[in-house]
Ligand binder design. Sequence first.
Ligand code: HEC
Length: 222
Amino acid sequence: MKYFVSLLLVGVLLIGCSDQGDSPQQPGISLQVTGFTVIPHYGTDSVWVELTWNQTPNAESYMVHRGYGHEIPNEMLARVTTNTYTDLHLDPEATYSYQIIAEHGQDVGESEVKYMVARDTLHYSSVEAILNNSCIACHSGSSPSGGWSVSNLGVAVSARTLLSFRGASNSIIVKPFEPLASSMYLRTIHTNASLRMPQGGSPLPASETNKIRNWISQGANP
Ligand code: HEC
């Protein structure tokens, strides 16, 4: 029996050594982030969120990522070595997504994506006002520019048929919960002036493009 155990030990040691090649890590290292919790604080003057997660034994640092609505969080807010992060000064009208990415050298591991809902609910009327001011001149009538009209958009919002409401290039004009997949938002913030809407006009102010983004991030409520 003793002989067998020592043989087994030698075997394990040999396997252990043969794995120490170029890779800086043991195979099978886990960087998955567990216990990710998002605690929102809805103050009357400000909205902020506390993020906490379990320390991952193998992590050297963590990236905190954020997005809008149900998007895969794509904006890196911070890189931290602690297992908490506070995201201050949030837009009370926006819905956010968060994810923690643990890092060890070149390797990464993810947490679940968690969401934080907006404090203030937005309805289509606040977006419709912007469209009526800046878009309806061309996006109306029986052959609207870009193949969509503001009035037909209103119908699709009420009927909740936005996923099949497409423009001339087959783009989804408003994809609920996903501003970055909604051509209405993307075309108003486009960096190429010839593609940016309103076409030929001055760009919408950030207060208006944010309103459009936030309304979509909340799910494009009627
Ligand atoms: C002066 C006329 C004009 C105004 C004002 C205007 N657009 Fe357009 N829009 C167009 C034209 C023309 C097209 C088609 C050419 C193109 O795609 O660039 C278009 C295309 C689009 C498309 C692409 C649809 C598709 O799938 O092909 C979107 C989205 C859009 N506009 C949104 C807007 C929004 C939002 C506003 C208001 C902020 C606006 N437009 C104001 C003329 C206008």
